[in-house]
Design a protein around this ligand. Sequence first.
Ligand code: ADP
Ligand code: MG
Length: 685
Amino acid sequence: MSAPENHVSPLAAPVSSVWGVGEERARLLARLDIFTIEDLLLHKPRRYEDRRKFLPIRDLQLKEAATVRGQIIAAGTKHFKKGTRTMFECVFDDGTARLHGRWWQAQPWMPDWYAVGREFLIYGKLDDDKKPRTFTHPETELVEPGDDEFIHVNRIVPVHPLTEGLTARVLRSLVWRALEKFEKEIAEPQVGRDTSCAPTAATARRAEDCAPYLNLPSRANAVRLIHFPEELLDAEIARQRLALDEFVALQFQIQARRKKFEASAKGLPCGGDNRLMKPFLAALGFKLTAAQANVLKEIRADMGGAHPMRRLLQGDVGSGKTAVAACSALMALESGFNGALMAPTEILAEQHYRNFTNWLEPLGVKVELQTGSRKTQEVQSPKSKVQSAAQREPSTLFIGTHALFTAGLELPKLGLVIIDEQHKFGVAQRETLVRKGHYPHLLVMTATPIPRTLGLTLYGDLDVSVIDEMPGGRGAIKTFVRTTEKLPKVFEFIREKIAGGRQAYIVYPRVEVADKDIKAVTKEFENVQRALTGCKVGLLHGRIKPADKEKTMAEFRANKIKALVATSLIEVGVDVPNATVMLIENAEHFGLAQLHQLRGRIGRGAHKSFCILISDAPHEDAQSRLKILAETNDGFKIAEADLKLRGPGELLGQQQSGLPNLRFGNLAEDLNLIRQARELVARGG
Ligand code: ADP
Ligand code: MG
């Protein structure tokens, strides 16, 4: 039986249709983003408590969170002589022992609520092994024997995210009631039958739709189990089922967008004829690695294909993405189209401009630069555009920051847009930028290896190429984690390396001192100059004027400046093979992927390189995080660790507007589910 077209699910009804939800509770639920029955049913518990057997208070163990059940035998508020500090304390007894519950800053409602004689479930952890046994700020739940007591005890119970005025017990009861009344309305999503909308519980149940989910419970069952599991494992299985539905919905959107795009946009013929490529490769000075050559084959097939290329090029720092970009640009140029290359920073745009000018001008290709502060070509008014050289004879590569696309510059006959270091741009920006050129081919390059989970979701509408091989002849990079105590030795080491002809980067987290524990370039610049007397030291950060930045970089490249004191501004792209030392202070203030990027500035020449991470961060976490870097140079492993530690928004370097809103799915952990969802949708579509 299938549902009528415009079938509105009963689950879309306002949450007030659950018994016990009046205006006041509806208002509280709204604070938790719960408006409909479906929102309530999908309100994911933040944890579970096993209340099948309560621990006797006597048996509480240090450091182990547990739930006990006890009656209040005494309670009171303590006022302290000095100040306004108060403490509310009560004593629970369960017949085996007593437990003190303690709350700093007594609330006016506490004496009535925690009244002698009342029975509570108390969840917490023993403060320490001092007597009496104490929980500070425990979570509690009043035991009110009634018809629904079975929801709250003698089972594994959910503890949902709460809001002031709404207790765990009340919310749990509401979810239970909603399940009782609406569970039968929770239907299987329709996989692959309707690509325009996400599957919702509102669609009809069909046997064949359930087939792909053979190993997982039905959606209705999963919704029950996520709240009221029989065993803790059930809750995880239920989460997986609900996460799968989310990923399926996401893949629908991604694959539908891609299909729509392919149906509406024809590819420009940009396969090229090797006329420029041949002399370019002959003059390059090195042979492309097999990985580079393979990727170029994929790109050529795309650029000569029926649809505009949408390709993500991944390759660890230093794997040689720039040469691949140049070859791709040449394919477009050979085919009679212009190309554009966008970089995230001015420094990088300038560097690309220099490289590409050296590489391409001998071949008769014009290279133009457009950044916020510098341009080598006048911005054309629409009138003069007609006469522009680029218009008459497409043979120009435009290079710039995103000023390239925002400064009103006309980019005529654009065949290919290359975006370097994609992670610096918001995902949403991508297509708007490309629109400018009427669906040119798009090559997005990223040096932050993107864990598979993100590749398949966030970047799911792009094809992926990977350069998985480093050019040969590179010196190894050794990485060390040290404390500030060792700094004098580290600087001695840097002096030695400089004396041997090499150069160094010295990186700090801040531009200006704002916090005494976090070092800033402007202040440390002087200290470094003192530590390296006799050597010219350069300073680079975001607030330095572009012309001065460029001068400093030029002197660094020319080996006049021996050490460059900088912020993470140099994280992307900068390529000076003679620099072999990377010192990063307050390393705990950077993400792992970011540190890996910074480290990618060294190890580019034949000499052995050294990365020294300085951190006094006391927490074990910070230290073990940094150790990951000392242990591996593999960008994928590092990105995955970073994703797990800090989440996708942080990993990708900025607030990513394109991050999907997931209740159950986990972008760091759910690779298998994401793969499964992708296959399901591909099969169904
Ligand atoms: P990334 O992938 O980080 O952008 P680059 O394109 O900047 O890396 O390349 C890093 C360095 O490796 C550059 O100096 C570049 O000239 C050099 N390089 C690129 N490809 C090769 C190759 N096949 N053989 C030797 N060196 C190469
Ligand atoms: Mg690069």
